[in-house]
Design a protein around this ligand. Structure first.
Ligand code: ANZ
Ligand code: ZN
Length: 852
């Protein structure tokens, strides 16, 4: 027997598919459309196992849907702007463009070796002027429609990447890419007004029923809608107001102080003639800005000496503090503190000796005796010490106090969102230039459309930190398009998340003159199935949802939600290894002997837990090595077989070898069938043997199960079904022509169903089975329902109300047959124990009830 030569077969079929243009999307096909997309890769250098897993899953869906008669769009491109290219330029003196395009070439080659059913004619890189010129046009459309704004605000400054970051890009107080603790800086920046869509983005989540619940929850929390009130406190002795935002107006009678942010206008005013205030404000700025940092930092306050009057009592005044835990960017930048029911306020009150008055007491406790110690009470209960609210539940009190505040003109209902506008300015070179010009006379002037693209200059230097565009000798000096006087080009570039916020729309049709081909976008959108990592739950996925809405507002697309189905796949993990010196070892540095793992020169190895493959822990496996050794189909198969797609997968040598043996077994079954097979397309035998019928049943059950498995994204169960069918074929002993026919059917179906996972082997086997048409052009099989339904049923037998046996009967067995079978069962006879039978009740297909 000839062994299956994956290398040769994979090359062969990739060439055939390319030559026949098998995966090009045809626009005129009158079939239902299906758009499947995997998050496009950043061209970092080489593909990793995470990519292989991601793109294999998408490919299974693409091939399957195509076979099911859909017109499939499955494109690929490159998310090609970003910091790493500039870092490479700094470290290795290679131009970011050269570095990027070289990586794209390498990775394109690698992706092609995976045999993906992709329409490569739609490929683009976001760093190409052919793409970013359109992004600039979209920026101008946003500007025109009031969706972009330039404002001065505190921003997150990444001191390593020398750029501003959006809030979403600061994770635990650190830059998402550099990992450096971010600093606060006040700068003029460009913002996309994502907050205009806060309510709509929230409401839209309810319609995304094919998204993982966890992602919807994360977005919901990130948007952070809160319902509360703006309450006015009058500054004692003046007519000035201090406005605070609260979600607990019901606790107003428990207020013991007000606090304002360090940047609050009142604090700023006081700082002008009080150096102690200035010092305190400076100290506040040194604490980080992330929620985590604010939560854990020691609560610090500065008593301004000012006092406010309680809105419900002209004789009651409260002190105003400047406090480090109040943020200027949320609500009004001012709060009233209610220590009994808020932990931060309680910590603060204990530190500064402020009163702690409980106003909500748990059901069953008395307001007079209930006290709060070290822990604030934030549970439910009834109001106490609260005048007109005494005895009310919290919701009742909220409604009442809001009515009362509004009646007195001392407050209004208000909804707030945690979501902040999206700062898109980056002080970097390798990004899409923001197409505006600053003129002293005219202000901000958009670059006229006919002057797009604003091209990045090629001649830039990276020898010193900072923005190369800023220090370029000529690039930024332009004449104002409006008055003609010398002006300055914007040197900020767009956040690279802008590039990935509309690429899926561009894939629908690459109009050279317009960002979007409206007709094509209307035809293809939304993406039916999007696949990617959960790390983008609130970054890319929220931005893309906003961007689509913004385009809709500009009249450029008709839909609001870009991704109808979302699947977030798990990571690829691998065991970790350390040598005696405590340093990480790569799987290639170690060998296994009878006692376990050793280094190549016999040194001790400690095996650590399986973790996400990462270069720093040296536990990566290079897809190219795997493909060279086993072939890509084996890698694809193993990726799909071992764990549910949403879970992490532990890569192991044993696992991949098992997958390889399976591929060889399929080839053996096809190339050396147990008997000579009838020709492809021969008619079915009129009366198949029991043996043939059993195989046919296994075959058709597999069709149904694999179809269901792929439809519901349970690829591992689909694979398990294929293993089962392989076993059935392997154990099949044909003895007549009908059996040979059933064997051919089983082999064909096995191969057909395996194609989405192992496309090359399947094509090779299909050809070996005598087919002239490639599987890529062959429809998905249908299960014969009559072969899928079970022909037997399990029937319970009770004796005097107790279950004594379960017997297997033909589905259409008569009452008499059932009774007879029941009395033939040894356990049933033992239970009857020779007693007289008084009654037998048979419910066909369910139960036999014997009364003795
Ligand atoms: C009084 C109060 C009493 C509060 C109580 C809470 C518990 P969410 O739900 O996140 O919207 N707050 C308001 N603005 C703030 C700011 N700029 N910086 C820091 N904290 C601020 O939170 C709203 C609550 O956070 C508000 O309700 C306010 O404290 C505080 F028993 O007001 B609360
Ligand atoms: Zn001008």
């Amino acid at each position: 027997m000839s062994r299956y030569n994956a290398k040769v077969a994979e090359r062969k079929w990739q060439d055939i598919w390319a030559e026949r243009d098998s995966f090009a999307t045809r626009e005129d096909e009158g079939k239902p459309k299906y758009y499947v997309l995997e998050m496009f890769p950043y061209p970092s250098g080489r593909i990793h196992m995470g990519h292989v897993r991601n793109y294999t899953m998408g490919d299974v869906v693409a091939r399957y849907k195509r076979a099911r008669g859909f017109n499939v769009l499955h494109p690929m491109g490159w998310d090609a702007f970003g910091m790493p290219a500039e870092n490479a330029a700094m470290e290795r003196k290679v131009h970011p463009a050269a570095w990027t395009y070289q990586n794209i070439d390498t990775m394109r080659g690698q992706l092609k070796s995976l045999g993906l059913a992709i329409d490569w004619s739609r490929e683009f890189a976001t760093c190409s002027p052919d793409y970013y010129r359109h992004e600039q046009a979209l920026f101008l459309a946003f500007l025109q429609n009031g969706l972009v704004e330039r404002k001065e605000s505190y921003v997150n400054w990444d001191p390593v990447d020398h750029t501003v970051l959006a809030n979403e890009q600061v994770i635990d107080g650190k830059g998402w890419r550099s990992g450096a603790p971010v600093e606060r800086r006040k700068l003029s920046q460009w913002f996309f007004k994502i907050t205009d869509f806060a309510e709509d983005l929230l409401a839209g989540l309810d319609t995304l029923d094919r998204w993982p619940e966890k992602v919807r929850i994360m977005q919901r929390n990130w948007i952070g809608r809160s319902e509360g009130a703006r309450v006015h406190f009058r500054l004692a002795g003046t007519d000035d107001l201090l406005e605070v935002y609260t979600t607990r107006p019901d606790t107003l009678f428990g207020a013991s102080f007000c606090a304002i942010a360090a940047d609050h206008p009142i604090a700023q005013r006081l700082a002008r003639d009080n150096p102690a205030v200035t010092d305190f404000i400076e100290a506040c700025k040194r604490t980080g800005t992330s929620e985590a940092e604010i939560e854990t930092a020691e609560k610090l306050g500065f008593d301004t000496g000012l006092r406010v009057v309680h809105p419900f009592d002209p004789d009651w005044t409260l002190p105003i503090y400047i406090a480090n835990f109040v943020l200027m960017e949320y609500g009004t930048g001012a709060i009233f503190g209610c220590p009994a029911h808020d932990q931060r306020d309680l910590d603060f009150a204990r530190k500064y000796g402020l009163p702690v008055t409980p106003v909500v007491v748990p059901e069953g406790e008395a307001a007079e005796s209930f006290t709060v110690g070290a822990k604030a009470y934030d549970g439910d209960g009834r109001l106490g010490n609260s005048r007109f609210m005494d005895g009310m539940t919290v919701p009742e009190a909220k409604a009442r106090v809001l009515d009362e505040l509004e009646r007195l003109g001392a407050g209004t209902r208000e909804v707030n969102y945690r979501l902040r506008d999206w700062g898109v300015s980056r002080q970097r070179y390798w990004g899409c230039p923001i197409p505006v010009i600053h003129c002293e006379a005219c202000g901000v002037v958009p670059v006229p459309r006919e002057q797009l693209p604003v091209l990045l200059p090629d001649d830039v230097t990276f020898d010193v930190p900072g923005n190369p565009l800023e220090r370029h000798p000529t690039w930024k000096h332009v004449d104002c398009p409006s008055c003609g006087k010398p002006a300055r080009r914007e040197t900020d570039t767009c956040d690279t998340f802008v590039d990935s916020s509309w690429y899926f729309l561009r894939f629908c049709g690459l109009d050279p003159d317009q960002p979007l081909d409206r007709a094509a976008v209307d035809r293809w959108m939304p993406v039916d199935q999007y696949i990617g990592g959960v790390e983008h739950a609130v970054l890319h996925l929220l931005y893309a949802r906003f961007f689509t809405r913004a385009l809709q507002k500009c009249g450029l697309v008709s839909i609001a939600e870009p991704f109808q189905g979302l699947f977030t796949q798990g990571m690829v993990n691998h065991e970790t290894y350390k040598g005696a010196d405590g340093k990480w070892l790569s799987p290639e540095d170690i060998v296994r002997d009878v006692e376990g793992w050793k280094t190549r020169d016999g040194g001790a190895v400690t095996v650590g837990r399986s973790e996400k493959m990462s270069k720093s822990k040296k536990n990566t496996v290079d897809p190219t090595d795997i493909i060279d050794t086993y072939g890509v189909d084996t890698a694809r198969w193993y990726m799909l077989s071992d764990s549910p797609p949403e879970r992490d997968l532990d890569w192991s040598e044993n696992g991949i070898e098992g997958a390889w043996r399976h591929s060889q077994r399929i080839w053996r079954l096809v190339s050396e069938p147990a008997t000579a097979l009838p020709d492809a397309g021969s008619p079915a035998p009129a009366t198949p043997s029991e043996n043939a019928l059993a195989l046919r049943r296994a075959t058709h059950k597999a069709i149904k199960a694999v179809t269901d498995g792929i439809d519901s994204f349970r690829f591992n169960t689909a694979v398990a079904q294929l293993y089962e069918l392989t076993n059935a074929v392997n154990g099949f002993k044909p003895s007549d022509e009908g059996d040979a026919w059933a064997l051919r059917e089983a082999l064909e179906i096995l191969v057909r169903l395996s194609e989405p996972m192992m496309p090359h082997l399947a094509e090779e086997a299909w050809e070996a089975l005598g087919h002239a048409t490639a599987l890529a052009e062959t429809p998905w099989p249908h299960a014969d329902e009559s072969l899928v339904v079970d022909t037997t049923v399990k029937v319970a037998v009770q004796v005097n109300g107790k279950l004594r046996a379960t017997i297997e009967l033909a589905r259409d067995a008569s009452k008499e047959d059932a009774e007879q079978a029941a009395f033939a069962d040894a356990k049933v006879l033992a239970a009857i124990d020779g007693k007289e039978i008084r009654k037998v009740i048979v419910v066909p297909g369910r139960i036999v009830n014997i009364v003795a």
